[in-house]
Design a protein around this ligand. Structure first.
Ligand SMILES: O=P(O)(O)OC[C@H]1O[C@@H](O)[C@H](O)[C@@H](O)[C@@H]1O
Length: 240
C-alpha cells in the first residue's frame, strides 16, 4: 500500500460513543414529544443497534433520514441551516449537533493511543495519509486532539457539502481523498469502524479494507466487505 485513509470518529478518536450518545439524547426527546402528541408510548432509540445500522459513519442528514425511515417517520428535508427548533431532517440533525458540540467542548477529545501510533508508524514508513470523515466537526476534533498534523488531506462533512459528494456508504469521499493524495484506490488501505464506511471502502475498489470492531459487530463488518476485522489497530503493529 502507498496510502492509508482513516475514518476519524471511533477509529482515531474516542468520539464515536460521544456522537452515539448525542444522537440517542436527541432522538429520544423527539420520539417522546411525538408519541405524547399522538397519545402513544415512545419506543426509544436503541444503542448500539439503531446507531450502527442507521446512523454511524453517515452524513448528518442521512443519519436522521435513515433512522426516521426505520420508524416509518418522514419529515420535510428543510435546509442545512435550519434552526434546531424546526421539525425537519436538517433541524433534527442540527438539534443533535448542539448536543455533540457541547459534549466535545466540555469533555474534550480522547484518542486511541494505538491508532495514533499506527498513523505515526505509517508516516515514518513513507506512506501518505488522509482522514475521511462524514463529520462537519472533523477539523475541530482533530485540532482538539492535537493530531491534525498527522494527516496530509482531510475530506470531511464540510468538503462533502461544498463539493456535493454523497456520503458513506457511497465511496466518493474516500475516492476524493485518494485522488488528492495522488494514489490509485488499489494502492490505498481504508480503516473504518462503521458498516457504511466499510461498504464505501469496498465499493471504491480500495486495496485493503480494515474493519475496526468497537461495538461487537464483527460479523456485520465482515459481511459489509472488510478484508480483515480487528478489535484495535494495535493488532496491526508488529513490535507491540
Ligand atoms: O454531525 P456531524 O458532526 O457532521 O457528523 C456526522 C457523522 O459523522 C460520523 O463520523 C459519525 O460516525 C456519525 O455519528 C456522525 O453522525
Amino acid at each position: 500500500m502507498d496510502a492509508c485513509l482513516f475514518d476519524l470518529d471511533g477509529v482515531i478518536t474516542r468520539t464515536g460513543k460521544v456522537h452515539a450518545a448525542a444522537w440517542k439524547e436527541m432522538f429520544d426527546a423527539y420520539l417522546r414529544e411525538r408519541a405524547a402528541a399522538r397519545g402513544e408510548e415512545p419506543v426509544p432509540f436503541h444503542l448500539p443497534s439503531d446507531y450502527t445500522r442507521y446512523v454511524d459513519g453517515k452524513l448528518r442528514q442521512d443519519g436522521v433520514r435513515g433512522f426516521l425511515a426505520s420508524r416509518g417517520i418522514e419529515l420535510p428535508e428543510g435546509d442545512p441551516d435550519d434552526g434546531p427548533e424546526l421539525e425537519t431532517v436538517h433541524g433534527l440533525g442540527n438539534r443533535k449537533n448542539v448536543l455533540v458540540v457541547d459534549l466535545i467542548e466540555h469533555g474534550g477529545v480522547e484518542v486511541y493511543d494505538t491508532s495514533v501510533r499506527l498513523v505515526e508508524l505509517v508516516r515514518d514508513a513513507g506512506l501518505r495519509r488522509a482522514v475521511v470523515s462524514a463529520s462537519k466537526n472533523c477539523a475541530a476534533v482533530l485540532a482538539s486532539a492535537g493530531i491534525d498534523h498527522l494527516f496530509e488531506v482531510r475530506v470531511d462533512g464540510v468538503v462533502a457539502a461544498e463539493e456535493g459528494l454523497p456520503g458513506k456508504p457511497a465511496p466518493d469521499t474516500f475516492l476524493a481523498a485518494a485522488e488528492r493524495l495522488g494514489v490509485p484506490p488499489e494502492r490505498c488501505a481504508v480503516f473504518e469502524d462503521a458498516i457504511s464506511g466499510v461498504q464505501a471502502g469496498r465499493a471504491g475498489g480500495f486495496g485493503w479494507v480494515v474493519g475496526v470492531d468497537r461495538e461487537g459487530h464483527r460479523a456485520e463488518l465482515s459481511a459489509a466487505g472488510a478484508d480483515l476485522v480487528v478489535d484495535d489497530l494495535v493488532e496491526l503493529v508488529e513490535d507491540r
